[in-house]
Design a protein around this ligand. Sequence first.
Ligand code: ZN
Length: 301
Amino acid sequence: MKLTILGCHSATPKENKHTTSQLLEVKGKFFLIDCGEGTQIQLRKLKIKFSLIQHIFISHLHGDHFYGLIGLISTFRLLGRTTQLNIYGPKGIKEIITLQLKMSNSWTDYSLHFHELSSPNSEKIFEDDTICVSTLPLDHRIYTNGFLFTTKTVKRKINSKATESLNLEPFHYSQLQNGLDIELANGIFKENKELTLNPEPSKKYAYCSDTAYNKKLISLIKGVDLLYHEATFLEKHADLAKKTKHSTALQAAKIANSANVKKLLLGHYSNRYSDKKDFIKEASTVFESILLSEDLKTYSI
Ligand SMILES: [Zn+2]
């Protein structure tokens, strides 16, 4: 998986400070997570072919997480999109978008499919042959979900050095990829492990924004390869974090530590802080492996 941060700031967009949006690439497929104002401009900078984005996941209906969505939908239409677009988000998102399309008489020629969410519990919302996506219920001022992306383990890899002299038939390769031992034409048995290599292990990415410190998250994100957790505030503004149901950098690190994640990526910074290093300083008192998200930076998972 490859994660590109399109925007990692909270509240209002500013010059060179974009509100929340992320692009996750999984084996050539692109998943958009949240869509703050100006997301389409950020996507243009990455030169992403828009039609490759077929699934958009919206965490909640605060403007800094979805005010870019109607613009993106409109641009897709103007560019002549024909492929279906799937939007996953809180109940009400269909009504908001549909009203805007109706009042501007700008219905799309492509199919817009809404998957509205209202469950307070984690649920699987998307699955294909490479990835599974489930919700992570968050604790915010309005109904909010994070998202957990889990890649599926692929078939075993053929060890071509070990198989080249064996004159295998196509069905042998399929048996080997599925983990089976094989019988050669001369009656000799070969064990699967002699002829194959382990596949890449499944990878997990957890996206958690926006949320107050929420211990219920811990069991849902245990051991993920990368956790994006919002850190809107520093501890010196812990009272504000509590009031607005956001987290501090220290609280994000405590969640990462308790969930034993491999890496923590901080973001959703309040514009009041000029030096982002203070976020690392604060979080690293309880957790070691910390990254600071930056607009247009890509992270391998
Ligand atoms: Zn919010």
